[in-house]
Structures are given as C-alpha cells and as structure tokens.
Design a protein around this ligand. Sequence first.
Ligand code: PEP
Ligand code: MN
Length: 338
Amino acid sequence: MIIVMERNAAPEQLQVVKERLQDKGFKVHLSQGVERTIIGAIGDKTPALMELFETMPGVEKVVPVMQPFKMASREFQMEQSIIKVGNTEIGSGQVQIIAGPCAVESREKFLEIAKLVKESGATMLRGGAFKPRTSPYSFQGLEKEGLEILAEARQITGLPVVTEIMDTRLIEMVAGFADILQVGARNMQNFFLLRELGKINKPVLLKRGASATIEEWIMAAEYIISSGNNQVIMCERGIRTFENYTRNTLDLSAVPLIKQLTHLPVMVDPSHGTGKWKLVEPMAMAAVAAGCDAIMVEVHQNPSEALSDGPQSLTPERFGKMVRKIRTIASSLGDNNY
Ligand code: PEP
Ligand code: MN
C-alpha cells in the first residue's frame, strides 16, 4: 500500500508512521517528493491495518496498490527513475544510443568499431562476451577475454559498456568489468539470477522475454528491485508471434505502457526486434517518437562476416545516418509526460 503524508507533516510524524509499519512487518520505501512524502509499504495489508494508518497524525491517505508489481509501479514512485551510468543518465530526457556488435569477436575489431560508433554519436557501447546461442556449436563468445576487451574500449572511448550476464556464477566477474549488466530475453524469468542481481550495485538492463507479457516482464523487474537494486532499465526487443517475415515482432506499445505503469526507463532494441538491418532505422525512429529513453542497436564493420546476428547489423555509415535521424526526432519532441 501507499501512504501519502500530508503536505506539512512533521518529520517526527513520518518517523512514527515508518516505525509502526516496520513493527507490523512491512518493508518501507520512502519517496521524498517536492511537495510531500510518499511511503511505499510492502507487506500483508488488511482493511483494518489500512484504517489504522489512515488515522495516524500526518497521514493524508492510504491507497492500496492494485497491481501485482509494487516497487516498480508508478503508484509507488511517481517520479521517473534516472539511472546514472558513468557520466551519462538513462531516463533524464536525453535519448541514449547504445551501439556495438552482437558479440565481441576480437580486440582489434572491437576497438575499431567502438571508435567508429563513438564518432557517429553512440553514447554507450555494447558487445556480448558470453553469448546465449540457440546451438551449442555456434560461437559462444570470448568470455573473460571479451570482458577485458570491453574494459579497454571503455578506457579508450570513455563510453560505458553493456554486456550480458547469463549465470549467477559469473556476476562477480562480469560486474567487475561492465557498467550495465544485461539480462537477455532467454533469462528474463531466471529468478535466481534476478534475485542475485538485486544484490549488486550496478544497473541491470532487463530484456523482455520472447514470450513474456508486459506483466511478467515487470514482475521480473520487481524481483531485482525487491532484492535491493532499483537500477533497472527495461528493454523491448520483440516478441515471438505468428509473423515470420521478421525475426520477432517489435512491440512499441510497450514503451508508453511501461512508462505509464512503472517509473523505470525504457530502451528499445530494433536489431533483435526485427532481425533485419533495413528495418532497424525506421523502427528506431518510431521508438524514439513513442518516448523511449534509449536505443540499442547492433553495428558491425562487415555484417556479412559477423560471427552472430550479421543480417540485423548496421554498417557504421548506416548507423551514423540513423543517429542523425533519431536525434532530429528526439529534439523535436517536447517532454514526455507520463
Ligand atoms: C543480444 O543483445 O545480443 C541478445 C542476445 O539479445 P536478446 O536476449 O534480446 O536475444
Ligand atoms: Mn545479437
């Protein structure tokens, strides 16, 4: 439930309510707005308990949170979450652009593409070191060596790096190199992994599962947040439908929906969302117009020779053109008020 304090509630009154909630077994989360304080209380609420808190001095009203997700919801936290990554912010208005190859393939190639995408306007780098491949015989990633290359690219370009985390056993290692840990579509409901990621102090990029509903996806975020880490970024990357012209069906309605239902920043990945490079630029433009906070795309010097996801990878030139277009769209939009 949400406890809305009166505008002029005294700090002591807030303290008393907080302690009472804790006595009753609630987990308390304070949200200090400009005008008033809102207390998010997670626990077993009963009508009698709600009434009790409503009569406490300094309390304006008690509102039940109807959705199954609590800490991720807009009701719980009205202000948009802003995730700080290095010198950049996701969720504060400027559209961030994350670019790089599907996988880190070699030091030379990755350092080259990192510089190229930076020159064209990328604000963060991506590259998989541990790859979730459908076939065990496909390239699985450079693993630790890939992480070291990512860290070197960050040092050279100054851009933060995003890479995938596939297993709880690798969290310490991956978190030691990456700025954002990506949970891939295949792991969106790996609840052990989500819980462990809730214990670290690094942003988590949570991709939507290929068959996940919006609610299941937000519940996955709730696992991370309720375990202690509220730095979660939601990434729409397409869902599996009957359509097979595209690799997935990019659900752009997820952008305003996630914005309305939660306070979490939203990213869109039109590369995995479509599987076709020719669709990446138009869908990136549409995603920005729909109000997303970031775009993530795959870029490769020579897509036809990429070890994974070549058909959906942009060349550096095409990436540069896409950046110019999405920047034009972003600058023509006013504030997105959700
Ligand atoms: C990726 O970003 O390279 C990736 C494997 O993404 P997804 O989990 O969305 O398929
Ligand atoms: Mn990929």
